[in-house]
Ligand binder design. Structure first.
Ligand code: NAP
Ligand code: F7E
Length: 346
């Protein structure tokens, strides 16, 4: 079999870390692109990275930024990978309202830069684009499939939609193997700290151990179709191993509100919580009547995505993929990680 070389943009993120480990296990040589920062941003991949001079596995890092066309071109030319995974993005929906131009440069034009480099360097390189259920936004049907019309509700969603269509356009006009994953929310112990699931799990673990008093959230009633990142990186890989380039919805088919997610986390932690009040004044109290969760307008978005629920029938049929970890497995994994950190903290 020909040696497989993967190049991952966004290697330091949640999915980048899980995908790197998955591909290394499959025998790939993995190259990742990371941004230079004044602080270290490699904590999610430190366990697989080792000094190039004492290398144990085939994992290499390169400095780069997908807002920089020259860097993108030079890295692809130098590595000449068999597969490119574009996971790099300003991925926070709320933040995209504050920095829409930067979000567009990264999440939309970044994709164009990679695709254009592929057409100039080697049209045989396979390309994966990390699309999002945020493109469905104000959903026009339920559940959402590959055929559901898009209606993005944020600069992030709009930028991802550009990437979705430019990927299809390069596939059709340049005849390259370019595929879109349309991934619904997926979480894990490695999820960024400002996303709602991680915020909830971390805070409730800390509150239970009396290391924090309160958690402040925004909208408790939006609904999401949450899966585990471990399952979703397998789907990402399968998308590029399919016999032809195509687009796939990846999800669990189940949805929960933020409030239901909180209740499930509390139940797993054996914490009793009582809800009182309505709207922005809704609060949760513990057994001793201390307020442990409240809402603040600061965390509401200018436009919300109220409900997401996908249908993964196409991925099941064509990729033989289905999610293995349900919401309770996900929550247990996230809680175990946080409690372990708190133990290390003593
Ligand atoms: P994440 O944890 O936020 O990781 C994003 C990665 O992109 C990080 O490695 C980040 O680097 C990098 N990045 C950001 N801006 C960049 C730039 N200008 N140049 C190069 N790299 C840059 O996101 P994730 O949850 O792993 O998601 C992976 C991808 O899937 C993203 O494109 C996201 O939009 C998309 N997606 C995610 C979900 C989800 O639920 N997780 C669902 C659908 C789609 P730093 O570490 O330096 O910040
Ligand atoms: O918000 C509500 C918030 O930021 C989920 C990204 O990975 O998935 C993610 O985007 C919901 C929203 O994820 C807080 O209003 C309430 O309705 O965890 P989130 P997201 O916006 O769904 C998609 C598929 C992606 O592609 C994105 O990259 O939770 N919510 N209170 C809150 N959200 C946050 N972040 N913080 C709160 O305090």
């Amino acid at each position: 079999m020909k040696k497989k070389i993967a190049l991952i943009f966004g290697v330091t993120g949640q999915d980048g870390a899980y995908l790197s480990k998955f591909l290394l296990k499959k025998g790939y040589t993995v190259h990742g692109v990371k941004r230079r920062g004044s602080t270290l941003n490699t904590y999610r991949i430190d366990d697989i990275y080792s000094d190039p001079l004492i290398k144990k596995n085939k994992f290499y890092l390169h400095y780069g930024d997908i807002t920089d066309s020259i860097a993108v071109f030079n890295i692809i030319k130098k590595i000449n990978p068999s597969e490119i995974y574009n996971l790099a993005a300003q991925s926070h929906v709320a933040v995209s309202f504050e920095i829409p131009e930067y979000t567009t440069n990264t999440d939309a034009l970044g994709t164009l830069r990679i695709l254009e480099a592929i057409t100039k360097i080697n049209k045989k390189i396979k390309f994966y684009q990390a699309g999002s259920s945020e493109m469905f936004g104000k959903v026009v049907e339920r559940p959402q499939t590959e055929k559901t019309p898009f209606y993005p509700r944020s600069p992030y969603g709009v930028a991802k939609l550009y990437s979705h269509w430019i990927t299809i356009n390069y596939r059709e006009s340049h005849n390259i193997f370019a595929s879109n994953g349309i991934l619904f929310n997926h979480e894990s112990p490695l999820r960024g700290e400002t996303f709602v699931t991680k915020k909830i799990v971390k805070a409730l673990c800390r509150i239970k151990q009396k290391k924090q008093k309160k958690l402040i959230l925004g909208n408790l009633y939006s609904k999401r179709d949450w899966g585990h990142a471990i399952d979703y990186v397998e789907a990402i890989w399968k998308i590029l191993q399919h016999n032809r380039p195509d687009d796939f919805v990846i999800c669990t088919g189940k949805q929960y509100s933020i409030k239901q997610f909180i209740n499930l986390v509390a139940k797993n932690l054996k914490m009793k919580i009582i809800w009182r009040g309505k709207g922005i004044n809704e609060k949760a109290y513990d057994r001793e009547n201390n307020c442990i969760i409240e809402c603040n307008k600061k965390y509401l978005r200018p436009a919300e995505v109220d409900t997401l629920q996908g249908d993964y029938s196409k991925a099941r049929k064509k990729l033989n993929w289905k999610p293995k970890i349900g919401i309770n497995g996900l929550i247990k994994d996230m809680i175990a990680y946080e409690l372990n950190l708190l133990t290390d903290d003593y």
